[in-house]
Design a protein. Structure first.
Lengths: 315, 313
């Protein structure tokens, strides 16, 4: 009884509960035939949302107004650049990964320089930045679709003991993020800044340094995600990141991270990512058209927020 | 001479618009004509209306991420129902405005983050738009077409419309008691509540008003493009937020400026034309738009600093 109450006081429990319900409903329709395939697909696609979602969560934790809109553009540019550089050679895989991480690093610095030096609100700063990144991606891409190196393509599309490799990568990254958030001074700092930037500054927390690192972290995670997504889908496309803008914000908030900042949680991101994918596939299974599918997705998102919500939030 | 801070807030966006306009005229003197101006600012009218709608939401410290899909939805309704059976069309649009009011109430009562609720609503509006117009099509009602393409003497329609929007919303938001209440909720909810006003009603009203302006934006857009599709205005979400900020508005505290918002929308529209006159390769058009946004905001910071130095002297 007591343990149940503790469980239900966790903000992430709702997204997992919703995920299980949607999974059961979908599998019921198909008579249990597709349960393994569905779970594997859900884990794979959720993994991409998880990777960008973690970065976005760190940024949102910094407090009201902090958000990174350059995530989709960063993913696109990173996927495009990395594939072009690797040029189907297996020996270049590591170099490609390093380059995309470096790219994320540079974009993160660029974002924060705009926010800090020009005192632009993060939404506008990262939006302007994303325009520039998107243009660079268009310029590098030139309509060519370069295939990923074979070893990398195989790695991203296969699985280990039934768990997709991508999901394992996302799990490792979440593990690192969890340690960062819960066990290091950095994690305490970003929560403190999110709860009250003024108080954090007064206690001597290096606010600017922490925020810089957070924006860099978010951009690097987006880059890695773009690298993996491009390899997974057999080539980079200019619009490959676009759906991840809303997705990265949605999974953070449905997962129970406070939008007002200062309170984040990583398990919730997994629940929310699985949930978002499963909702769409459930509606697909039941044969709804595109219009109804969108409407129901929206209503379900709002319903989850209504059930899980009611926490204190500024926005 | 004393200048109020509100006026200074306006000078900077107005100056950046003038600068951009001067640059366009310098590069393409033929733009300095009736037709030229009309072409330059034509698409600004729906963007300005959407920006005003976004500004209202931002005045009560919220943010509307469904603006683009909602305007697309309204455009689809305008190009179908409003054209074929006006009564049903008007009813649907009134229903949409009522839905906006309801969203405002729900966000307030359950203390939900507006970003997420409007994010969810953006799926709903997008879905409805796809249901109404699965493929691009429809036809603009005759009267919107007439209104948007009419040619008043001396000053092009786009400019007349922008001025009318700016003046009307200025009186509504900055001069009327309703406007004070709206900005009051953004500035200090508790004091508005203590003064005996119903915050729920104010927020519902603000959202409804924002919905109304967004509906107008959709109708104006269809008047210009003559047909609609479900994705016609998706970029309005980000454009409207950028327009409010460019115009001197802020995310929190009820600090907004309707005239500034309209100017911000005009600046963003002009930036697009400016780039095509510069003969920048299409690859870099979006990027240059981002760069212009950054330059304008840097200019604003510079002028703000200058102003502060003057004050401290």
């Amino acid at each position: 009884m007591n343990s149940a109450r503790i469980l239900f006081s966790k903000p992430w429990i709702w997204s997992f509960a919703a995920t299980v319900i949607v999974w059961v409903v979908t599998v019921l329709f198909t008579g249990g035939a597709s349960s393994l395939g569905l779970s594997q697909a859900a884990l794979t696609f959720a993994a991409f949302s998880v990777i960008v979602g973690i970065g976005q969560m760190f940024v949102i934790t910094l407090g009201p107004g902090n958000i990174d809109l350059s995530v989709p553009a960063t993913m696109t540019l990173s996927g495009t650049l990395a594939l072009k550089l690797m040029d189907v050679q297996d020996s270049m895989i590591v170099v490609g990964l390093l380059v995309s991480i470096l790219l994320g690093f540079a974009i993160g610095i660029g974002n924060y320089v705009l926010i800090k030096l020009l005192r632009i609100p993060p939404i506008i700063a990262t939006l302007s930045m994303s325009f520039i990144i998107q243009s660079t991606a268009i310029w590098t891409n030139r309509g060519l679709r370069i295939k990923p190196p074979e070893v990398l393509a195989n790695f991203t599309t296969s699985s280990l003991f039934g768990i997709p490799n991508i999901a394992i990568v996302a799990l490792i990254l979440s593990g690192i993020a969890w340690v960062l958030l819960e066990k290091t001074i950095y994690g305490r700092w970003i929560s403190a800044i999110g709860q009250s930037t003024f108080a954090a500054r007064m206690t001597g927390i290096p606010v600017d340094g922490t925020r810089l690192v957070t924006y860099i972290l978010c951009a690097i995670l987006a880059s890695i995600c773009g690298y993996l997504l491009a390899s997974f889908s057999g080539g980079a496309a200019l619009n490959m990141g676009s759906e991840y803008l809303l997705m990265s914000i949605a999974v953070v908030v449905i997962g129970g991270t406070a939008v007002a900042g200062g309170n984040s949680n990583i398990p919730g991101i997994w629940g929310a990512s699985l949930f978002m994918f499963l909702v769409v596939s459930m509606l697909n299974t039941y044969g709804f058209g595109a219009g109804f599918r969108l409407i129901l997705t929206g209503i379900i998102i709002i319903a989850v927020i209504l059930v899980a919500g009611g926490r204190r939030a500024n926005r | 001479m004393k200048i109020s801070s509100g006026t200074i807030r306006l000078i900077i966006p107005a100056a950046s618009l003038a600068l951009l306009l001067a640059a366009v005229f310098y590069m393409q003197p033929r733009a300095m004509s009736y037709t030229g101006l009309n072409l330059l600012f034509n698409l600004a009218v729906p963007i300005a209306l959407a920006t005003v709608a976004q500004m209202l939401i931002m005045a009560v410290n919220d943010l509307d991420l469904s603006m683009g899909t909602f305007v697309s939805f309204c455009a689809c309704v305008a190009a179908t129902f409003l054209q074929s059976s006006p009564a049903i069309g008007v009813l649907i649009l009134l229903g949409a405005i009522a839905a906006y009011a309801a969203i405002g109430v729900v966000i307030h009562i359950r203390e939900l983050p507006s970003i997420v609720v409007t994010l969810g609503m953006s799926f709903v509006w997008g879905g409805l738009a796809v249901l109404i117009l699965p493929s691009p099509g429809g036809e603009a009602p005759g009267w919107t077409r007439w209104l948007m393409t009419s040619r008043p003497p001396f000053v092009p329609m786009a400019i007349v419309a922008s001025v009318v929007i700016a003046v009307v919303t200025h009186f509504l938001i900055m001069r009327s008691s309703v406007g004070v209440l709206i900005r009051g909720v953004g500035g200090n909810v508790r004091s508005v509540e203590r003064a005996g006003w119903s915050v729920i009603r104010i927020r519902a009203g603000t959202y409804a008003l924002a919905g109304f302006f967004a509906v107008l934006s959709g109708i104006a857009l269809v008047g210009l493009t003559t047909s609609a599709d479900a994705n016609i205005a998706l970029r309005y979400t980000l454009l409207s937020i950028a327009g409010v900020i460019l115009g001197g508005g802020e995310f929190v505290g009820g600090k907004v400026s309707p005239i500034g918002a309209v100017i911000g929308a005009l600046t963003l529209t002009l930036a697009g034309s400016f780039l095509s006159f510069m003969r920048i390769s299409p690859d870099w058009q979006i990027g240059a738009q981002g760069a212009i946004l950054i330059v304008v905001l840097a200019l604003r910071l510079f002028l703000n600093r200058l102003e502060k130095r003057e004050k401290s002297r």
